[in-house]
Write a protein that binds this ligand. Sequence first.
Ligand SMILES: Cc1cc2nc3c(=O)[nH]c(=O)nc-3n(C[C@H](O)[C@H](O)[C@H](O)COP(=O)(O)OP(=O)(O)OC[C@H]3O[C@@H](n4cnc5c(N)ncnc54)[C@H](O)[C@@H]3O)c2cc1C
Length: 426
Amino acid sequence: MKTQTTCDVIVIGAGPAGAAAATVLAENGLRVVVFEKARHPRYHIGESLLPFTFEPLRRLGLIERMRASQFIKKHSVQFVSTSGRASQPFYFSTRYGPDIAQTWQVLRSEFDLLLVENARTKGAVIHEETTVTALLREGGRVSGVAVTDRLGQSTTWTAPLTIDASGRDAVAATQHNWRVRDPLLNKVAVWTYYRGAQRDAGIDAGATTVAFVPEKGWFWYIPQHNDLISVGVVAEGRYLTRDGVRAPREIFHREVGENAWIRDHLAPGQSTGDYHLTSEFSYRSRFGASHGLVLVGDAFGFLDPVFSSGVMLALKSGILAADAAVEAFAQRDFSADRFAGYTAVLHQGIENMRKLVCAFYEPNFSFRTLTDQYPDLNGPITDCLSGDVNKDFSRLFQAIAEFVNVPAPLPYGSPEPAPTPATVTA
Ligand SMILES: Cc1cc2nc3c(=O)[nH]c(=O)nc-3n(C[C@H](O)[C@H](O)[C@H](O)COP(=O)(O)OP(=O)(O)OC[C@H]3O[C@@H](n4cnc5c(N)ncnc54)[C@H](O)[C@@H]3O)c2cc1C
């Protein structure tokens, strides 16, 4: 180890959650240092935004930049049955005013760069190509991090507060053995990009399409700028690897044959040749905060991406955690409990969305059957799926429970209980 340096807040990771947290902290005059193992612009999956991403983007001062960007405007979602028949698109404008009714499909390399530049402009110091290798603990609290830069130089940094925004690497949850897999959502995703594939005309050009394959698997079809389509399939691993096929490219192309709409839309285009696979991706961190530590975005937990909630939750959690951190500095109190309000809000939002995700995967459930019986639930379903997740949806979930099991919340994400004095000195 070489030097030891101090600041107010250390942020691990400069994705949406880390950049959002760093922006708000720097705006509040705190000395924020962010460590990012990659160099922006860097590739990332997670490209379709939800309508309620508007408020976090507004808070970060980015709405005008988004409106002036090349990102494709998204006004709707549509669903395509296994037979290849497309539903009427659902337009967000049927429920929301213009700010919320239009969101974006983003190339994450460009979107994340925008977020990071914004944080930098507000005063955050961002060290790229610098990996956090460990959280430091001292007397029962997290006291900072050890980092290694691209030249292999190791340094320790101390701060009263560290924010873990390291995404699915989940630095804190991994180091503390806090990562718990969601027992109900063990899916595999395989995806690629196409150039020259078909896109719909006019207001539908930016629609997200969710197209079903057998056994509750589904494709996403997300139009991007630069003539790119992001297209991937998600399903149970045993379904995707049936016939012993394991190579992502082969899985992908076999599944394209399972849905005529996807097959026809991809037909005029060509894959870029990069195929990605990720598996068993839903999990939660046992604790969402500890003394001197708070977790945000995917580092807190990851939910199956069928309803595109990840970036909205990452931005929102980064902002909420930063607001709580500003309060913590005002009180000079960095105990885990100080973040109980923040973790409760994030937990509620994820759990509301998770109930709909689990219902979606139930073989005998359809939202259409539910709303045929309870038309007044169209509104609450739309709100939750649009990202307005921190509301009381108990009537909706009671109604869903008449059709399928509604899972109990995962009992994770609260602040870690304070250690006993004996543990502190250990
Ligand atoms: C198949 C799939 C499809 C998805 N589709 C969507 C979608 O359509 N819409 C949507 O909203 N979400 C989607 N998501 C989810 C979305 O990708 C994430 O929720 C979102 O990126 C979370 O943001 P984050 O800031 O928490 O983490 P990340 O975006 O992962 O950022 C974390 C950052 O931390 C850095 N980092 C990691 N470890 C370290 C370390 N040790 N030291 C320093 N830096 C580190 C990483 O390099 C990275 O830049 C999808 C996810 C998957 C897997």
